[in-house]
Structures are given as structure tokens and as C-alpha cells.
Design a protein around this ligand. Sequence first.
Ligand SMILES: O=P(O)(O)OC[C@H]1O[C@H](O)[C@H](O)[C@@H](O)[C@@H]1O
Length: 428
Amino acid sequence: MDVDIGNALETRPGLTEETLDRLDDRVADAHDRIARGMADDEFGYASLNLPETADPAAIRAAVEPFGEPEAVLTVGIGGSALGAATLADALESDVDAHFLDNVDPDAVDALLADLSLADTVVNVVSRSGTTAETLANFLVVRDAMDDAGVDWTERTLVTTGEEGNLRQLAETHDLPALDVPEGVPGRFSALSTVGLAVTALQGHDVEAVLAGGRDGMDALSGSLYESPAYAYGATTYALAERGALTNAFMPYSESLETFAEWFAQLWAESLGKDGLGQTPARALGATDQHSQLQLYRAGPADKLVTLVRPTERADAPIPETDLEGLSYLGGSSLGDLLDAEFAATEASLAAADVPNVRVEIDRVDERALGELLFGMEAACVLYGELASVSTFTQPAVEWGKKAARGLLGGGDFPEAEAVADKREFRID
Ligand SMILES: O=P(O)(O)OC[C@H]1O[C@H](O)[C@H](O)[C@@H](O)[C@@H]1O
């Protein structure tokens, strides 16, 4: 993973080389703290050890009994879905990957109506083993399997923590089960059993993903000038301090569209604390050049744009044409066009003094994705250290979870009482 922060210098807001030098002293201290946390396998920091601690053989052994399925249906939400979805949407496979990460009845119905459940592995994932959406969806899927005459105990893989409803279910029915590693919050679990079981079921190279993560580990050092991940974390932090409160994350590859969704959870849930944080906005190049870019270039000077791309990709020629005015396209390729769009967006933002950072990987493959996922996690942890926030907790999300559970009669949660305080001011 390469990071180019040149277009974050002398912009509005922006950094100077002196700012970066001063920041670099703080990066050294933050790196020491991170390295200590990793060495002690402290909660959260342990996630950065996953490229070395994850066990690909255990993952392969757990998926082996399922043979070569037609599809894998993951039932999970947030960090229990987005890491696997990022890898699945980036890498091509003959095994379709579907994700039930919402409880919209129409969407659930439509997905189940289209699936041949007899040829599908159901991969139910929840770190806590208690998340209402995941368990409700699983009960619906299990019922659908019964209705289709499929023995659900034969077609279900469980990935969960030591306790919780899901662990009990796995034990009661002797289901194949993988453990969520200790000390790893959901949004940092892509490079573990949580993210990689689907990768294995789809026939991808799990070892290569982890090798990419190790490339990222090897690249960490006590200076932002030597570590692309830290350069990204330090730059985004310093820009946020100076008013760049939105980070528009814009991959120039459809295969990385879900990666932007994964990034959004990582950035929002980890860094949105104590009145601080940077709002992740999801965009896609070149599509959003024709919509959101207007705001990014000419709206309030409170943003930075992160432009992500693979430097090598498959290409498709644009046929020659005698259509008037279009000869400049003929003989070129869609890849050339996308690269020109990328360069044009970068230049257009820079010309308007909008800070932007370029993140590049060689190509979209297992190894580069492993490095990219690890790199963004390390960037996020560094940002959290610099901002002194509690990167690995999510109390605001938990609040809502408790309120919803209380409303459904799932326990006595004072948070649920706040629902009655809703102010009304209706206009009919
Ligand atoms: O894996 P689970 O325990 O089911 O949690 C799934 C998601 O639930 C919560 O909303 C947390 O804030 C997320 O960080 C987590 O990824």
C-alpha cells in the first residue's frame, strides 16, 4: 500500500511540512504505545497481531465438510459482515456470496426466495452471540431451510465468541464452529475467522490475505515518513484537527466499493467519541464525479477526499469510432479513461485547495487486500492514539442496541424509556 499526502499540504484546511515534522514526534510515541499493546495482546491492539495469530488451517478445516457449495449466505451485521463482504466483493469466485446484514423483511424474503438453500452454506457470525438482528435473521433462515427440506444442522457454520446464544446453539446441535479471537472488536476482525471463513469457502487464498497483512505489519515504524499506514492516520487526524471533519472515501474500482463501507464502520465507530471524529462519506470513482464531486470541490472547506485505486487492472478497449467528436475515445481503453478521470479529480480538488490523499495498491488480489485492510486498521489505531479517544469501544452503538432490546421485551433496559420522550411537532 502506498500513500501520497502531497495534496494535503498547503490546502484549506491543510498541513505544512513543519506540521508533519512536529506530528512525527507524536507518531513515535503513539507507535510505542501500539507496539506495547500488540506485545501484551491488549484488547483492540491484539487485532494488529492477526496476520500472525490467525490460523488458516483451522479455517480451512471448518469449511472443508461443506465441499464446494453453490453459495454462502452470511448472517451477521457490522464487523461480523463487512470484512467478509469486502473480500468477497473484491475477488471473483464461482461460489456466490450473499449477506443478510439487515432485517428489512422485503430484502430478506427476496434473497431467500432466490437461493437454493440445499446448495448454500449458512455462515452465521456474531462476536457477542446475542445481536438481535443476526439472531432474528438466523431464525428466519433456519425456518426457510426446514421448509425447503434441508437439514440446517448440516449446512450451518457458526463463528462466535465463548458465550452467548449462538455458542449455546452451536454446542446443543454440535455445529461446526469457529472462535472469534479474543481481544478483537468486530470492526477489526476482517483478518480473522470472522472475515476469512467466507474467503475460504469461496476458494480464495487465505494465506495470501494474511501474508498481505504481514506486509502491513512489517511496514509499521515509529515515523510517518516510513510507514504508509501511519502517514494516512496522522494526516487524516491532523486535517480533522484543522477542520476536515468529513473524509470522502472514493475508490476508483467497483471491486472496492464494499471496502469503502467497511472503512466507514472502522472510522466512524472507532473515532467518533468525546465530540471528536471524522465522518466517513462513501463515494465511488468515476460515478460520483458526476454527483458528489461538486460539493467536495466547491462546498464548505471541511473535507478531505481519499482517492483509492489499484495501479494494475484488467482493461477493455474502446472500439474505434467515426462518430463526430468521439475519435479521442476510440483506440483508447476503459482503464485509460478511468485513470484519466482519477488524475482529473485529483487535480481539480488540488486546484480548489481541497486536501486529498492518494492510496494505491498494486492490484486487487488477496495479498494486496490483506495489506490494505491491515493498513487502514493501523491508520485508525494511530489516529485514535493521537486524538486520545477510546478507539476500541462503541458505547453510543450499545446504547441503541439496549433501547431496541428493551422495546422488544428482551429485558429491563432504562435506555428504552427514552423512547417515550420523543418530541412531536407534526405537519400533516
Ligand atoms: O458480532 P456482533 O456481536 O453480532 O456485533 C455486530 C456489530 O454489533 C454492534 O453494533 C457493534 O457496535 C459493532 O461493532 C459490531 O460489529
